[in-house]
Design a protein around this ligand. Structure first.
Ligand SMILES: [Zn+2]
Ligand SMILES: [Zn+2]
Length: 332
């Protein structure tokens, strides 16, 4: 009998699904690409045909221009070559999906990036039992345990209210994290206007066009220091320490990222208020998910593979690492 999952192949530039002649999140242009979500390390331009959720296709269009894309709704199954393929929610960012594939009685799930905790900007991760689970492992070490999101948001609001002459500048990945922070603030009763950096604007509009109500947003461009005092300003992490931030009223520099668990990283970036808010599964979410899916094999990619591989071994699940290149979630 053939090796489990022998019909999909990990290549340096992505996962190749042979019986469909398709690539998952390829890092180089391919004639047929299945894209899990819109982050730049997964969704690249220049492919022939793209299969993705409507939200992901829209994100790709804002980045790369019109795509020859075929939209696939969550839970819709289509047949490509000899593979039945279905996209199910991954809970990572708007439109993010796991890819569920069935071929000759075997089911393989590719997680893409995912998390298990609720996110007001996208549907929750749906666990799909499978034979092979191809999982990300961005935070695949037991030291990575993300706190409750609400308590991190409360720390942010507490800091904001403690000095109304200053603003709090929050560094957040422009796709997903920025909009999630806004929604989490709204859920904690913060309905003041939130200022944003120009790099976040198009994605805010895109989220709003998909029905995510972000409340009152204002461009930081052209706003005075006096207007922004006592307010939250959201910018991509790259803008935190550059000239741009000089226009702000004595900003408290914050950053929302799973990496903020590591003090050294916060210090390197001069972050005064590190907020541990991630769009990736933490260690407990990774291991809980493997328990939930009960796969016969786990293939680990995209992060720190060793510890998770060891955990699988202890729990008598066969595991291996896939060495894909080009996936970086530095600011996530
Ligand atoms: Zn991602
Ligand atoms: Zn990623």
């Amino acid at each position: 009998m053939a090796r489990l999952g022998s019909w999909i192949k990990a290549q340096a530039e992505g996962i190749y699904v042979e019986p469909a002649d398709a690539w998952i999140d390829p890092s180089e242009p391919k004639s047929r690409a299945w894209v899990t979500h819109g982050h730049a390390d997964h969704a690249r331009g220049g492919h022939g045909a793209v299969l993705a959720t409507p939200e992901t296709l829209a994100i790709m269009a804002t980045r790369y221009g019109p795509q020859s894309g075929q939209p696939i709704a969550y839970d819709e199954t289509i047949r490509v070559g000899e593979v039945d393929v279905r996209f199910v929610p991954a809970g990572h960012v708007l439109g993010s999906a796991q890819i569920v594939m069935e071929h000759r009685g075997e089911r393989i799930v590719v997680s893409g990036d995912y998390k298990r905790r609720p996110d007001p900007t996208c549907p929750c991760f749906v666990p799909v039992p499978c034979d092979v689970f191809v999982t990300e492992a961005t935070f695949g070490l037991p030291v990575f345990r993300h706190p409750e999101t609400g308590s991190e948001i409360d720390r942010l609001l507490h800091r904001l209210h403690s000095d109304p002459s200053r603003c709090v500048l929050v560094g957040a990945y422009a796709l997903g994290k920025a909009q999630r922070i806004i929604m989490e603030l709204r859920a904690r009763g913060h309905h003041d206007p939130i200022y944003f950096h120009g790099a976040v604007e198009r994605l805010n509009q895109l989220y709003q066009s998909f029905g995510i109500e972000l409340g009152e947003l204002r461009s930081a461009t052209g706003a005075t220091k006096a207007e922004m005092a006592g307010h939250i300003v959201i910018a991509p992490p790259s803008a935190l320490n550059d000239r741009w931030s000089r226009r702000l009223p004595d900003p408290v520099t914050a950053m929302a990222s799973g990496w903020m668990r590591i003090r050294q990283r916060a210090r390197q970036r001069n972050i005064e208020l590190p907020l541990i808010i991630s769009d990736h599964a933490d260690w407990d979410e990774l291991t809980t998910t493997i328990r939930d899916l009960a796969p016969r094999e786990v293939w680990i990619t995209h992060g720190r593979e060793e510890a998770l591989k060891h955990w699988c071994m202890i729990h008598q699940i066969k595991a291996c690492e896939l060495n894909l290149v080009g996936y970086e979630d530095e600011d996530d």
